[in-house]
Design a protein around this ligand. Structure first.
Ligand SMILES: *Cc1c(COP(=O)(O)O)cnc(C)c1O
Length: 363
């Protein structure tokens, strides 16, 4: 079986460095918000070309903290894509604000900028963009709207580590950005981890306290804060893997280009890249088929593992049953047709060729 994603193989490339990093933490005697977290924050701020980075516990917390940091809450609205992983939307709800869903572009699967303006009201405080599947959103028209209506832009970069939009890094395309280092992401830890990047000094100072009980100084609390800190043991692992992120992303791009150039089957719709090849880091390679169950069975018979990102759109989830009568036909179509095929920094090119041939044989 060709696995969808071989995480063990990805991480064993770094076995020695990971073990040494963990040993350093053990011997430091300092296990929360120590030197390793600080070093990763510096490295990741540099990588994303931001002034500030804060390590937090996970990607959902990163999003939730940014919204809280901007005082967006009850009575406020945040524009979010209807076609996203549910965490983007949960972060808005967790703050008591109202998520306002906007349909995607069927070709790129990202939020359709042309459909945002009609959803802006006097209560709108921010637009959350999600660079879904690793492709940066079409930011210029979104920036224009944010400026026109004085809205914050919050980026969900959980799938877009290293994606570049018109020469600028994702994570530096809005007011603040949330990253996840969940093990399966392009930059993954050995457990949960996340980060916030921003150039906004005021936000940075507030979030610096908010992630740590609302405190800058031990036992003095400025805010009713959280406990959401990047684990010290994950930090050296992330520092090490960050050094290889660009090379890993380049390899993902080579695989994606092979698929795009060589998969040719009228029953299989390929993804579309906007704004140049650097804008996509291929967190997942997603195709669309009309008879998904049959396609997945066919691939399974060829001993190729496929997955669905994602089978149920957020507005059809039990968690949001208040939206059950809402209709987002483009999202619903996408959710019913998408299938992800293997792509990763450790997938052999011979497997990529085999997967391509298999898909071309599908009838
Ligand atoms: C993974 C993911 C998140 C959540 O990150 P966690 O670290 O798992 O909390 C948020 N948004 C998107 C788009 C994601 O893919």
């Amino acid at each position: 079986m060709i696995p969808f994603l071989d995480l063990k193989k990805i991480n064993l490339r770094h076995e020695e460095a990971i073990l040494n990093g963990m040993k350093d933490v053990l011997h430091s005697g300092w296990y929360v918000l120590g030197q390793e977290v600080k070093k990763f924050e510096t490295d990741f701020a540099n990588f994303t070309e931001n002034k500030y980075c804060l390590g937090v516990a996970n990607g959902l917390d990163a999003l939730e903290l940014i919204i809280r940091g901007y005082d967006i809450g009850i009575g406020d609205e945040v524009i979010v894509p209807s076609n996203t992983y549910i965490a983007s939307i949960l972060a808005v709800s967790a703050n008591g604000a109202t998520p306002i869903l906007v349909e995607p572009n069927i070709l790129t699967y990202n939020i359709d900028p042309a459909k945002i303006e009609e959803k802006i009201t006097s209560n709108t405080k921010a637009i959350m963009v999600v660079h879904l599947y690793g492709q940066a959103c079409n930011m210029d028209p979104i920036r224009y709207l944010a400026q026109k209506y004085n809205l914050k832009i919050i980026e969900d970069c959980a799938q877009s580590h290293g994606a570049i939009y018109k020469g600028k890094m994702s994570g530096n395309l809005g007011d603040a950005a949330a990253f996840s280092f969940y093990p399966g992401k392009n930059l993954g830890a050995l457990g949960d981890a996340g980060a916030i990047t921003t150039n906004d000094e005021e936000l940075y100072k507030k979030l610096f306290a908010l992630r740590n009980y609302g405190s800058n100084k031990k036992y003095e609390n400025l805010y009713k804060g959280y406990n959401s800190r990047l684990d010290e043991l994950q930090a050296p692992i992330l520092c090490e893997k960050l050094r290889y992120l660009n090379a890993d992303n380049k390899y993902r791009r080579d695989i994606a280009n092979y698929y795009l150039d060589n998969i040719s089957n009228e029953n299989v719709i390929l993804p579309v890249v906007e704004n140049g090849s650097e804008s996509h880091v291929w967190h997942v390679f997603v195709v669309r088929v009309t008879d998904r169950e049959r396609f997945m069975q066919f691939m399974n018979d060829k001993r190729i593992q496929t997955l669905i990102h994602y089978p149920i759109p957020p507005h059809k989830q039990e968690a949001y049953k208040e939206w059950e009568n809402m209709s987002f036909p483009i999202s619903e179509q996408i959710h019913s047709q998408v299938v992800s095929i293997p792509i990763s920094p450790v997938l052999e090119m011979s497997d990529v060729v085999y997967i391509t041939e298999a898909i071309n044989d599908y009838r």
